[in-house]
Structure formats: C-alpha cells, structure tokens
Design a protein around this ligand. Structure first.
Ligand code: SF4
Ligand code: SF4
Length: 151
C-alpha cells in the first residue's frame, strides 16, 4: 500500500510543473504588495529628514547641505515607516529585491539640477513666502503696539 502511494506520487510529480524557479535565469514575478527596496523621487524630496528620524534601523541618512538622500538597503527591514511618514509622498517601496553582494553598500541619490524655469519659480515662491512672513510680522507688531497703547 505504501509503495503504491509512493509510485503514484512520483509519477504525478514527474508530469507536474516544478515548484521552484531557475532564479536568476528566470525572473521572479512580483505582486503589487511585494516588499523589495525603498527608493526616493529626488525631484519631490524636500530633505525634511522625517524619514531618517522614523527609520527604526537607521538605514536612511539625509544630508541637507549636500542635498543627498542615502539608504543602506542591507539594514532596511522593509517596515514601510518611512514611506508612510514622508510628507511629500516621494518614497516608494519598489517590488524588486536588493541584489546579493559581498559587501554592504549605501545607495546615495542627489537632488537634480533645477532648470532655469524651475529656479525662477522657486525664487519667486521663496520671495512670496518672505513677503508673507514680513507682512504677518508687521501686522503682529502693529497689534501689539495698539494693545500696549490702550493699556
Ligand atoms: S521624508 Fe520624504 S521629503 Fe522628507 S527627506 Fe525623507 S524622502 Fe525627503
Ligand atoms: S522601510 Fe523601514 S527600515 Fe526600511 S528604510 Fe524605511 S523606515 Fe527604515
């Protein structure tokens, strides 16, 4: 009875598709929720540092003066905290895995150079913000002065 069952199983397995794939010759298929590696859209990133603070394994490093965002993929535990915390939604979990390597390495991304139009738009936005702040400060000073005069 046992050998009959074994023969049946062996014959069935002979004609079945293999349960494993010849990776890396055959590329794996990823689902939309596969957790592979985190990447950053540097055009959108404002270097606010929130992702670095939220990362439980200190895998992310943001360098504001150099305008760079780095990740040590070998320390990342794919918890998605950084992706959820990013205020600009510029972090994404890509489905493909980090390739095996002999040494640990860090991926560093740089802010792209702005086009002349983008530079002009940024300067205009900064000027407008500075004007708004100055106006608000002047209004507050006027209110404080009026309050002090009425006392
Ligand atoms: S949280 Fe988002 S915007 Fe802020 S530094 Fe990280 S990637 Fe950039
Ligand atoms: S997914 Fe988690 S561990 Fe990986 S970089 Fe983001 S916060 Fe850090």
């Amino acid at each position: 009875m046992g050998s009959f069952h074994l023969t049946k199983m062996s014959l069935r397995n002979l004609f079945k598709k293999p349960a494993t794939k010849m990776y890396p010759v055959v590329a794996p298929t990823y689902t939309s929720r596969s957790k592979g590696h985190v990447t950053c859209d540097m055009k959108e990133c404002i270097l606010c540092n929130i992702c670095e603070k939220r990362c439980p394994t200190h895998a992310i490093a943001v360098n504001k003066p150099d305008e760079t965002w780095s990740i040590d993929n070998f320390s990342c535990i794919q918890c998605l905290s950084c992706v959820r915390a990013c205020p600009k939604a510029c972090l994404t979990m890509e489905p493909d895995y980090t390739k095996a390597a002999f040494t640990k390495s860090t991926v560093t991304l740089h802010k792209p150079e702005l086009t002349p139009e983008e530079k002009a738009a940024k300067e205009a936005a900064e000027k407008e913000k500075a004007e708004r702040i100055a106006k608000a400060k002047a209004a507050k000073a006027a209110r404080d002065a009026a309050a002090a005069a009425s006392e």
